[in-house]
Design a protein around this ligand. Sequence first.
Ligand code: ADP
Ligand code: MG
Ligand code: MG
Length: 210
Amino acid sequence: MTLDTAWAIAWVRTAADRIAEQASELGELDRAIGDGDHGENMNRGFAAARDALEELPANARPSDVLRATAMRLISSVGGAAGPLYGTAFLRASEAVADRVTLDAKDVVAMLDAALGGIEERGHATPGDKTMVDAWTAAVSAARAAASSGDDPVAVLSAAARGAEEGATATDPLLPHKGRASYLGERAVGHRDPGAASAAIVLRAAADAAA
Ligand code: ADP
Ligand code: MG
Ligand code: MG
């Protein structure tokens, strides 16, 4: 599939569906090391984003889809994750602003910009046991796939796999940012909820292209 506006719309819809299906699991992860609302927060945000797609003009570009998603995430999600994901989608939108379709290099630029936005906004670095861990692994995997000549859809698959590995890798870590950091050692052995949701969102991007 070509990574065009139809793909971007399918990404947001697929992400909204998957988040809705897994909201209680995400809530459970957040109950263990946070305040339990990550599933609800994400579900509210992505449901609002999906609704926003209805208002897009017929000539919308992928960047317009990403920007509309960002705006809804920022305005409808109260928790830490709202502004972080909102900034991610906003930067992703800016990174592909003039593109009608995305090539492998655009996919890497888009994901890298999203990660950069999250890092700038939340000041977390890899290993802090946050969504940054999943996004960082996604960007490295995407970059490796693109340099080995993979097509944009394969680059997205690599990113999704990377994010899943990055999320799993948060289990043994000591948290240094967000609510989980208040728990210290007691958070060890639990997966970071934001890293888990990032893996869902990036898997949705790959599946929307498949
Ligand atoms: P809240 O913690 O306000 O209830 P959520 O539960 O929706 O918000 O989101 C929690 C997730 O946000 C965490 O699992 C973590 O991945 C992410 N997060 C929290 N603070 C930061 C930060 N400073 N930088 C990056 N990610 C963060
Ligand atoms: Mg929470
Ligand atoms: Mg909260």
